[in-house]
Write a protein that binds this ligand. Sequence first.
Ligand SMILES: [Zn+2]
Ligand SMILES: [Zn+2]
Length: 668
Amino acid sequence: MAEERKTLEQRNQMTDIERLRHSAAHVLATAILRIWPDAQFAAGPAVENGFYYDVDLAHRITPEDFEKIEAEMKKVTKENQVFERVVVSRAEALELAHKGRLGALGERPVPSKFKVDIVEHIPEGEEISIYQNNGFMDLCAGPHVMRTGNIGAFKLTHVASAYYKGDEKNPQLQRIYGTAFKNKTEMDAYFTMLEEAKKRDHRKLGKEMELFCFDDDVGPGLPLWLPNGTVLIEELEKLAKETEFAAGYDRVRTPHIARENMYLTSGHLPYYAESMFPPMEFLEEDEEKVKQQLQTKLVGVTEQINALCSPMTLGFVPSSDLPKEKFDEYNALTAESAEIQQKIEGLGQRYYLKAMNCPHHHKIFAAVPRSYRDLPLRLAEYGTCYRYEQSGELFGLMRVRSMQMNDAHMYCTEEQFEAEFNGVNEMYLKYFKIFGIDKYLMRFSTHDPAKLGQKFVDQPELWKKTEDMVRNVLIRSGINFVEVPNEAAFYGPKIDVQVWSAIGREFTIATNQVDFAVPARFGLVYKDRDNTEKTPLCIHRAPLGTHERFIGFLIEHYAGNFPLWLSPVQVRVLPLGDEEPLVAYARGIQAELRAEGIRAEIDATNNNIKGKVLQAETAKVHTMLVVGNRDLEAGNVSVRIHGKGNLGAKPRAEVIADIIQAVKERRA
Ligand SMILES: [Zn+2]
Ligand SMILES: [Zn+2]
């Protein structure tokens, strides 16, 4: 797929750090040219967490070259060169490119070939600008920082290959990646965070803690949840169900497959077909019978045709001496044969695995006549969806092919919209608090009026109305959000929710969408007060995202040290010895906890206490209750919390009551 050119609007929205990183790409090019003057540069944008520059160069750049390149870059930033912007005409830009002057330190004997192509593709009427830092001149729309010295710290990270403009028909270039920061402290913090993220890698911890696994026979991207991981899933579902129940949601259940026709109605097909698993095709029982009858009929017709044909051509050509009426008969028979064949082809069913739950829920809305009194109707389901992700895109739990979604669809009137949408936001804030998510951002994506009827459904008034409503709620509720034009869904504005883990890494966990087009496609209506039929608005929301992605996030966020309520093993009782009265005391504690729904175990092995504690700590058991003979006599337990150490002896009843309370409150 070709890489899209950044619009002026997107450029104006470049953040300070993106400006700085893009400027660092110019510094990288300057440095490379000082070492390899014939390097040809293509594009050098800021990307997530850094920047890159694509270069065509006979020398294969490897990480061994980084030190040398970075040393030159250091000189360029030390020289504190000014970034100067000059607006040029198309003809001037082309002349510079032909002289080899763009993406170069001076004129060169060969043209700057990629820059020539880029200039030629700049849309008519768009301003063309050149950025210069000392001798290095580049075609660039900007923006940049003031001086090379503003780039306080940088580092080259890796090199990859990339096709020019992302098109495999084009030449392959070397893509050199780096990152840059305002200062060294920020850069060090970033690399420390990456190190920490490696230790907390959900794939690594998922394996060590026996949370989930993948199996080749099951298929790539299809996680199997082991008992410990299933505990996480069920606790999350319990949380969601309680919260949604309190907020007036109704639970529904829907199958994992549906007929092709539904996805044609919803518009997922044919547009979304690439992301869906290929269809299952088969004949229903009655169709099987019809097919047999048709086939028998076809054999009969074919025999009749053959009788009219010369034996030499096996029924393809009628005999040349056929009289007129026989010839008409021949024509009628071949037409009948074609018709029967068409009927046979038309038999059969196509089913798709569902890629989203919405269409099924719309059908539930439509299942009974609805009146304004039924609204808002909130249908919730932890629905399993299947998406065909390219195998190269699959990544642990973050990119999978089967996912269980914290889904719900809220059908409401325009008057109810604000309150409903606000309710969704409150639910998010409640969840953030429970999971200790301190940093989040809502990305509010709106439409672009210029693309109505193409990228966005052509209903300008509804766009304005719904976007205004969403914006008002976001502003009024004081929620942290940014507005991003031109990124809405086809059928309405959307909100992507980004959260940061405890170590400061960003995750997109959920999307909310306002939908004013699809309910109409499904013919969803309710009877209003005035007895007229109206189409409801629909809000798609999934605050906890999918189990896969959210648990992937939680594993990193907690480094696998889940709070008590989420811990696969909440309590392990460790008797200091294996003599009977002590073990019985320990079993009594375990039984009391399990009767209250607490996941409590006992370590009745004959390991010494040091070994038992070590094992429990390694398994990240949340609470360890050590009991010795002195505890037994006093009715105490000695409490030890994973990662926090010994809290000392306390009365048994008090400890048990506190554990139950902490789980109930979902204490952090
Ligand atoms: Zn630039
Ligand atoms: Zn939906």
